[in-house]
Design a protein around this ligand. Sequence first.
Ligand code: HEC
Length: 158
Amino acid sequence: MRLNNYLSAAVAALAVAAVAPVQADITLRHALTGETLDLSFAKKGGNTEQFKQFMQTGKNPYNGNEAAVKKGESLYMTGCSGCHGHEAEGKLGPGLADDYWTYPRNATDQGLFELLFGGANGMMGPQYVNFSTDDMLHIMAFIRHIYKGDPKKADWLK
Ligand code: HEC
């Protein structure tokens, strides 16, 4: 191969590596429309090992992790408590600590992530504007931590 050709092949390979999507075994869909979520909108820095793991299993690796729950609590207080209440008891938006969900898929980690990333109706806008995908997993771990509903309905544990 001539040097020029070799170089352009190398550049092309690098370009492919740079835009290659997250290795995923799950397909994330918008909670309302069912359309595939476009993760290219995600904020930088959220593609952590834990997020990659989530994209393979659909399970939040931060659940039950004390440090992650703490960080999630502080993010929740900044970005969610104004509408959902400090104890997620519900305010402008519904309660998030009980076992009633407007969107039943929120009882799974995948469903909850999909709703956070893509948003739902009215004031529940897409959270990728404010939080990285890794931040969202932290917030989710906090929400699961303060759960007061029936343990049998905690589908994320199954
Ligand atoms: C500006 C107010 C507002 C903010 C900020 C907000 N939400 Fe919401 N949220 C709402 C409203 C209103 C709904 C109801 C939307 C619907 O029914 O489609 C909702 C719905 C939800 C639902 C669905 C609940 C169910 O019963 O299925 C979840 C989960 C949720 N929000 C989590 C969050 C989290 C986590 C944050 C912070 C990252 C957040 N929201 C920030 C107003 C807000």
